[in-house]
Design a binder for this molecule. Sequence first.
Ligand code: 2AM
Length: 500
Amino acid sequence: MTKEKSDIGLIGLAVMGQNLALNIADHGFQISVYNRTTSKTETFVAANTDTPGGVVGTETLEEFVQSLAKPRKIIILVQAGGATDAVIEGLVPLLEQDDIVIDGGNAQWTDTIRREKELRANGLRFVGSGVSGGEEGARYGPSLMPGGAAEAWNEIKPIWLAMAAKVDALTGKQLEGAKPGRPITGGVPCAAHIGPDGAGHYVKMIHNGIEYGDMQMICEVYHLMHGLLGMEPKEIGQVFARWNEGLLDSYLIEITADILQQTDPDAGGPLVDVVLDAAGQKGTGKWTSINALDMGICAPTIAEAVFARCLSAIKEERVAASEVLTGSSGTFTENRDDFIGVLHDALYCSKICSYAQGFQLMREAQKEYNWTLDFGQIAQIWRGGCIIRAAFLQKITEAYGRDPSLANLLLDPYFNEAIQNAQSNWRRAVSAAVGHGIPTPTLSSSLAYYDGYRSARLPQNLLQGQRDYFGAHSYERTDRPRGEFFHLDWPDPDRPQSMV
Ligand code: 2AM
């Protein structure tokens, strides 16, 4: 039976929008839907007449808005940027005080901050909700990262907790098995209020940056298994499947095992061997890296993952260069099974560094934007629904539980010990890669990050000397208090040092 007014509305019926709408309807909420092209709305509604909550199709924005219970809750799922602004612009004049507009797209957090401010000035509420998990996640339970006013969160909370992925309270593992009309009940939902205005979209962006790092480091390990150990995709896939039972247990390792064992349906043989090695990207890894540079936070693993995609994309140029440029030759003599263990440890250590960088970015951003982020909770809502879901995140939640103001994940006793136990293998893997000319930008830069972070003294004393020499940029001295700056007229034979 259709209720007079729907509990929530959704604009934008591309695949993500359709799946999120069905997920919400599966949980007993009546949802109104609107799409610019009405035929899409009609097809969608006609195909989904028997959901537990009910899907109501609307043809105009006015009809859509009038179909919603107040305060209205409206999810926008159109392309980020101009399309989102256009939809908001059309919507705002139709809304009333306290209505809530929710952007579920991949918006840049700075746009979300702006939109929240603009809507607040109009007496409306705006929530920027990161949604992770792709099409499958949207349909059966994504990880949800809403940012905005706390009162707005309280209004949408029952729907958000219902549609989110669920994890087992003890193990943190995602509960599987949701079906159309039969959602999962019980478990801990992967949704929580992240913070004000752009906090949710910021955290979603960091999630994606970490995802870039995770994916690239897995690819480098595959490259080493193939290039050094001569392993074929199927065997490599079996190793990943085994790793998925242990410390590295994660969605990305699981799908990697599947991908590597997939046969080409057309030509036979491993499908991965005929997939073109030129990566695409939509921009969230790039945004994370730009933001790291803007804030002056060291996040090389994530940036290298973006650059690795850029380098892969110039396929023709690389093919030409491969005819001209030489690398290293020589046979690899290490024991195969032993070296597989070495690669496992290198991957684990690099992953710790990559996440450490992501959390350092969030720590800095909260200062910049005046947010108070709960890092343990963020790790918790990433345990299910999203692409980086992993057993590992439970360890991060525990680390922030031990010390909510932890400066760096590397300093947590669990992760510190993990790296102590594995780092000699990590170094062996990177050495072998360097020695045999196999590029490992994320494994290598993670190690450089680790070694840099643990160094009480770095060579930037010399760098400060260089800056002062050519640009009179001044330097501080180790034997003087911080904040006292000196300049030396380096080329002058008498070398007078002055305080500046
Ligand atoms: P469409 O089906 O009418 O193209 C993803 O592209 C979704 O965003 C689609 O549902 C699309 O609607 C919608 N969309 C893109 N640009 C839009 C705009 N400027 N106004 C409204 N919807 C838009």
